[in-house]
Design a protein around this ligand. Sequence first.
Ligand code: PLP
Length: 451
Amino acid sequence: MSLVSATPSEIITGDSTSLAQLVIDVQQRRTSQRRCAPSLANRALEAVLAEDAGRLDPAHPDSIFTLEPRLAAGEGVPFLPRERLLTPAEQRTVIERFARAVATGQLTSGPAVARFEAALADFLGLPHAVATGSGTDALITALRAVGVSQGDEVIVPANSFAATENAVWACGATPVLADVDPVRHTLDPAQTQAVITSRTRAILPVHLYGRFADIPALVGLARRHGLSVVEDACQAIGVTGVGVHSDAAALSFNPYKNFGLTGKAGAVVTRDTELAARVRKLAYHGFDPEQKNVKDETFGLNTRIDNATAEVALGLMPRLTLNSYRRTFLAKRYLDCLGDLEPHGAAVLPAFVQDHSWHLFGLQVAAGREVRDAVRAHMRSLSRVETDIYYPVLTHHQQTPLHRKLFAHVSLPSTERLHSTVVHLPLHNNLSLAEQDRVIEALHAAFRATH
Ligand SMILES: Cc1ncc(COP(=O)(O)O)c(C=O)c1O
């Protein structure tokens, strides 16, 4: 569906498709009568829409983007400022919610856990959410729940965070690497098919940077070969389709994520009732949830989300989709302002697609690694703008003895080409327009100096 074809009166569900559409509508000044679906995650966005939808536009005098401090001359732009991951209002909410949990003494298990899981499932439109101690543990419990065990192989991309492969190792299985689609940066179905063996048990695609992998094709492939699919959606909360086609998806709420909390946390989301029940047991010592300390599984971790963290999550959830809107708007603004770099072939920009959470904004410096590094150095030294290469070492280039033994002869041309040219620009929930302008200016100056 074309982004400009939807009618402006549609209900905003808060998923990535609806937010991408809202960004286009705001840019085209077509926001009247827009309303959100009634979900806790939509509360702050709904409040802005009800009061004055024009505030979603930076041009509005009371815009949600102009409430931030201005940048002083010569001030730099950090890649991810830790002290600004949460707004002052969000910080106050955290303290108030945490105090509430402390006062009850219900710090580990408690009623906020089930309430948070229900709110999360409701927002995602899925029947089950099981909240865990981290995204990594969500991946481990989901893989174990679909039956991955000792001696199995699980197909993963090589360009993800180490948690993806570590979850496979933690099950006693071996990660097998497949190359990625050069546009999405996510597992290529044909390359995935090429590495299936009799030992393959599951496929673990990663929605890298927040861009949805080709899940329908990967699930089709998996079904033909009797395999399971667990999505690593740790960077992709709210992306349309997460958890809909696969066996399960793992989310992360660590402080650096789009929906970041004040510690480590994650969740497994699924449509499968039995699988959700198995994850629940595997996340708490293998116990039968109906009986105290009675085992129903041989083994389980101790990784249910803490009640105190779930309280915090419930407190922060009302801003989830407003924050996602901000990221989506800022990503579109990067694309609009950097588009002139593309026709000359100097840069390759990501497409403004509907199935993206914009966890990271990566672009390719087409001239290769050395020019990419020179661009970054120029931005840092002349403009004090920090960029990043988020995962600096690909899985098959890690140097542990086992990595060397297993992956020495692995060649992944698309993964390697993308990795040698990618640069990540600052993009977080509270990036200001002034900061973004500084990044855009610095990138243009760096391209002029290096090309
Ligand atoms: C792609 C990916 N997978 C897994 C994880 C692990 O999540 P967590 O840090 O919550 O364990 C992360 C985040 O760190 C991630 O970005």
